[in-house]
Each structure stands twice: as C-alpha cells, then as structure tokens.
Design a protein around this ligand. Structure first.
Ligand code: NAD
Ligand code: DAU
Length: 371
C-alpha cells in the first residue's frame, strides 16, 4: 500500500466548488491521498471529475456526512489528518421550501464530522499535532448590506456601498440556508475553543464557472438562452452579488489550508459587485456573440418574476486580510472569467444535457458501484 504524506478527506467533492478543489489538490499534490467523500445528492456529479478519476492519489467514497459510524470508520481506514469540508445543501431557493434538509446536512452533518474527527485525532499519540479541520462557508452568514450608492462608481459599476463584510462583521443570517451555514460555523469554532481542535473557517462570495448546477443564476440563464426559454429575474433585478471565479476560490482554499492560521477566519472575494440585471445583460451579450446571434437578440427573454422571499439586497466581501496575510488575489478579471465560463457551458452541452435530463445520476452506477 502506498504511504502518502497526507490523507485528506474533501467532503462534497462531486459538487461545483468541491470538484475544482479536488482537481487542484489531486494534480498539485501527488504525494497527498485525496479522499472525496460525497453522498451524491442531486448536486453531486462524478462527471465533474472525469479527468482525474483514475489518478493513483484519488479515492471516491459515496457516503453521507451525517452517518457518524461510517465517518468514524473512514477516518480510521484512511488515517485522515486533514478535512476540507464543502458538503452542504447550497441553494437558497430550496432552503425556503425545505429548511429541514438544510439543518440536517449543514448543521448535523458538520457536527458529525467534527465529532468523528475529534474522537479519531484525540486517540492518536500525537493528538491534534499536524491535523486540520477546514470549514468552507459563505458570505451570506453576515446578512445583507444596504445599497447606499445605487448608481455605483463613475462608470456605473460597483461598489454599491461604502461598507463591506469583514471577518469581524456580526452574523445576521436571513434565509434557512444562511442560518444553517452560520450554525455550522459556530460549531466549528466551538470545537476549537472547547477541545483545541485546529480549525479554520472561510466565508466566500458568489462563485461562478464550469460545473455549476443549473439551478444557480449563471448556468441556468446560459442554458435558457441556448433553448430560447424565459430568464426569470427575481424582483427588479437590483440585488447585488460579489462574483468570484471558482478556480480562484479553489486557489484560496489551497493557500489557506496550508498557510492559514489556526482558529482564524478569512473572507474570500474579488471586489467584484454586480447588480443582477447588469450581470444578466453581460451573460446575454456573451452567449449571443458566441452563438453568432445578432447583438441583443436574447434580451426579450428577460422576464421579471415574483421576488425571492427574504431576498438579501447586497453582498460585498472585504478580502484584504487574505491578501495582506497570505498573499492571495484573484487571478482572473471578471470579463475573462465570464467569457471562459460561457464558452465552457456552450462547449460542454453534453454535460449540461446530462444534468438537465437526470442522466448524470447513472454515472456512479456505471463507473463505481461494481469496483
Ligand atoms: P453544490 O451544491 O454544488 O455541491 C454540494 C455537494 O455536497 C454535492 O456534491 C452533494 O452531493 C454533496 N452533499 C450534499 N449533502 C451531502 C451529505 N449529506 N453527505 C455528503 N455529501 C453531501 O455546492 P457548492 O456550490 O459547490 O458549494 C460548496 C460549499 O461551498 C458549500 O458548503 C457552500 O455553502 C459553500 N459556498 C458556496 C458558494 C457558491 O457560490 N456556490 C459560495 C460560498 C460558499
Ligand atoms: O454568496 C454566496 C452564496 O452564493 C452561496 O453561499 C450559495 O451557496 C450560492 O447558491 C449563492 O447564493 P445566491 O442566492 O446569491 O445565488 P443564486 O445563483 O441562487 O442567485 C444569485 C442572484 O440571482 C440572487 O440575487 C437571486 C437571483 N436569481 C437567481 C435565480 C436562480 C434570479 O434573479 N433568478 C433566478 O432564477
């Protein structure tokens, strides 16, 4: 059996951000064993990891983070010394319809992982030495900011206010999703403060890029434009989100996992605020250009619909601490990132069609179940 320098469980590795994190770690650290622990809910798709699935330092385990005995068994089996925890229910609209699932996975699932890690690590002669529990969270735990500069800067772009979410901002979650993430963040910090577990929490802004499930704004709208379906804009489209290319989030996770200080919180974001309606127009323009449609051809698909309940007005992350202390900055300008993203979805229509038809859920049975 190969001995690896580190054995790391990445939870939720078959999802959108998790798949980028798994890919980065598997490729960059051949001497690490990366164990992707994922339940494969509707949001998990192993086709996201086709390019690395046969790598010798990668193992996929279909498991539920809420299954305490199994998580304990896996900690022992793989002699795990690091956990990067991304598994979660992640869609705000679903949390409004079904908050229980969010409490179960996001709160109880995180607590289950913490308790299993605690028992295993405390049983080792070296204790918590060299161990790390890194919890991936969201800027939504901070609540919502005001739109104090609705007209934006001199060019009509963000920032749309003078205040930003900092690591010291008080938690004030509004949706069942953000309430469940806030609760899980508190549990992680409590395990450091009570038991001395080496934990880190990061809170990131909205991600965009390849492999995002098409219930989220950008992939949903790209796909709808391709099929000439309506683009449902919630409310007046005036809500502001702060967008970061997903690979830059994965790069930040790498830097923080290795160099972040124990018990610290880091905010991750690219100072890239957009009103929904403006980003939607950029997506429309890019898709139309790449499909060879006349400019503005798909603007008529914009359809204003009833607002999301409790819709947070503005998110804006201040990631100065991460830049100053650990030297991380986004590598991509937004224009480049959105072009890459739209191109990826248009070039990977089979991936999108498999997701929208439900065929992607057969991937596990075909590839893994009989191994
Ligand atoms: P996603 O919904 O695309 O993926 C979630 C993954 O978790 C899926 O693979 C799913 O199968 C898995 N999963 C769900 N329940 C599970 C369970 N009980 N046991 C094991 N696996 C389970 O999510 P995402 O957008 O990639 O987000 C990943 C993490 O990052 C989440 O914790 C989310 O809160 C956080 N986050 C997301 C964003 C964003 O813009 N998407 C921004 C900041 C933070
Ligand atoms: O801020 C980080 C969060 O970003 C993550 O923690 C969440 O997991 C992730 O889903 C995302 O949450 P949002 O609710 O901001 O993302 P979503 O893509 O669902 O919506 C983005 C904005 O677009 C939001 O203001 C709602 C709006 N919207 C969304 C959809 C799906 C629409 O106007 N129409 C839509 O059809």
């Amino acid at each position: 059996m190969t001995t690896f320098k580190r054995n790391i469980i990445i939870t939720g590795g078959a999802g959108f951000i998790g798949s980028h994190v798994v890919r980065l770690f598997v490729n960059k650290y051949p001497d690490y064993h990366i164990i992707n622990l994922d339940k494969l809910t509707y949001a998990g798709n192993l086709a996201n990891l086709k390019d690395i699935e046969t790598c010798p330092n990668y193992t996929f385990v279909k498991a539920d983070i809420c299954d305490f005995e199994n998580v304990q068994k896996l900690m022992e089996q793989y002699q795990v010394d690091g956990i990067i925890h991304l598994a979660a229910e992640s869609h705000v609209d679903r949390s409004i319809k079904d908050p229980f699932t969010f409490a179960r996975t996001n709160v109880m699932g995180t607590l289950t992982l913490l308790q299993a890690a605690k028992i295993f690590w405390e049983s080792r002669p070296e204790g918590y030495e060299g161990k790390r529990f890194y919890h991936i969270s969201t800027d939504e735990v901070y609540g919502a900011l005001e739109l104090t500069k609705p007209e934006g800067d001199a060019e009509g772009k963000g920032p749309y206010g003078n205040d930003f979410f900092k690591e010291t901002t008080k938690y004030n979650p509004h949706s069942p999703y953000s309430a469940s993430k806030a609760s899980s963040d508190h549990f992680v910090r409590a395990f450091h403060d009570t038991y001395g577990m080496p934990t880190i929490v990061t809170n990131c802004s909205n991600n965009y890029g390849p492999y995002q499930f098409p219930e989220k704004l950008i992939p949903l709208f790209i796909n709808n434009i391709r099929h000439r379906k309506p683009l449902p804009v919630y409310g007046k489209g005036e809500n502001v989100r702060d967008w970061l290319y997903v690979v830059d989030h994965a790069r930040a996770i790498d830097v923080i996992f290795h160099n972040g200080k124990i018990a610290e919180t880091y905010n991750i974001g690219g100072f890239n605020e957009w009103k929904n309606i403006d980003i939607i127009k950029v997506v429309i323009k890019t898709v139309d250009r790449l499909l060879g449609n006349p400019e503005g051809a798909s603007l008529d698909l914009i359809t204003y619909v009833t607002d999301r309940m409790g819709h947070d007005l503005r998110y804006a992350i201040d990631s100065t601490k991460l830049k100053t202390e650990l030297g991380w900055e986004p590598s991509l300008q937004f224009e480049e990132g959105i072009e890459k993203t739209v191109r990826w979805y248009l070039d990977n229509q089979e991936w999108m069609d498999n997701v929208t038809s439900g065929d992607y859920q057969k991937y596990y049975e075909n590839m893994y179940a009989n191994r």
